[in-house]
Design a protein around this ligand. Structure first.
Ligand code: HEC
Length: 184
C-alpha cells in the first residue's frame, strides 16, 4: 500500500502548478505558518528568559504537541498540519513513506548545495495535496538537537524521550519539515 502511494504521488514543480494547485499551495503555507510561527515565537521568548534552554526544553516537551493540536482545531475539517523529522524526538512525529521521500530530496539538495530555503514542495497524493516546508537547523537548535548538550538538558531528554533520535544535527542540516495536508 505504501509503495503504491509512492508511485501515485506526484511531486510538482512550482512552474507546473495549475491555478487551483497554486491556491492550495498558498492555503497550505498559511497553515504551516500558523504552527511554525507560534512555536518559533514561544521558543524564542523561552530561550531569551532562560539562556540555559531548560525552560524552553520544558516548554517544548509539555506544549509542542498541545500547540499542534490547538492549531489543527482552528483549521477547516479537510486540512491538517504536522511537524515531523526523519530522526524524531517525539515518537508521535513519525514520517510516512511519502514524507520520507520528500525529506530525502531536501537532504540530497542540501548535500548538492542546490538547496533553497524557499523550496516549498507540493505533492499530489490521490485526493489530498501535501505542502512541505523544510526546517533547517540553526545555531539555537543545537542546544537541544546538537552533539554536546548540557547535562541538564540531556537529563530532561533522557527522562521524557528515552527513544530520542533527534540529536547530532549540525547547522545547515535538515532538522525536519512542517507539512500541511489538504483534502479535496
Ligand atoms: C530547548 C530545547 C529545544 C530547542 C532549542 C529546539 N528544540 Fe526542537 N524539539 C525539542 C523537543 C523537546 C522536541 C519534542 C517535542 C514534542 O514532544 O513534541 C522537539 C521537536 C522538534 C521537532 C519535531 C520532530 C521531533 O523530533 O519530534 C522539530 C522539527 C524540531 N524540534 C525542530 C527544531 C528546530 C528547527 C529548532 C531550532 C530553530 C529546534 N527544534 C530547537 C526541543 C528543542
Amino acid at each position: 500500500m505504501k509503495a503504491k502511494t509512492l508511485i501515485l504521488a506526484t511531486l510538482l514543480l512550482s512552474s507546473t502548478l495549475t491555478a487551483e494547485q497554486t491556491n492550495i499551495k498558498q492555503e497550505g503555507i498559511g497553515y504551516i505558518k500558523m504552527l511554525g510561527s507560534t512555536l518559533k515565537t514561544q521558543l524564542k521568548s523561552q530561550m531569551q528568559s532562560d539562556k540555559s534552554g531548560l525552560s524552553a526544553m520544558g516548554f517544548c516537551s509539555s506544549s509542542a504537541d498541545t500547540i499542534t493540536d490547538e492549531v489543527n482545531k482552528k483549521l477547516p475539517a479537510n486540512a491538517k498540519v504536522r511537524r515531523i523529522a526523519l530522526k524524531s524526538r517525539n515518537e508521535a512525529n513519525q514520517p510516512d513513506a511519502l514524507d520520507q521521500k520528500v525529506m530525502n530530496e531536501y537532504q540530497a539538495s542540501i548535500e548538492a548545495k542546490t538547496f533553497l530555503p524557499s523550496d516549498i514542495k507540493v505533492v499530489v497524493d490521490g485526493d489530498t495535496t501535501r505542502v512541505y516546508k523544510p526546517l533547517i537547523t540553526k545555531g539555537v537548535c543545537l542546544k537541544c538537537h546538537g552533539t554536546n548538550m548540557s547535562k541538564e538538558i540531556q537529563s530532561q531528554i533522557d527522562t521524557h524521550y528515552p527513544k530520542d533520535k533527534a540529536f547530532g544535527f549540525v547547522e545547515g542540516s535538515l532538522r525536519g519539515v512542517i507539512v500541511a495536508e489538504i483534502k479535496k
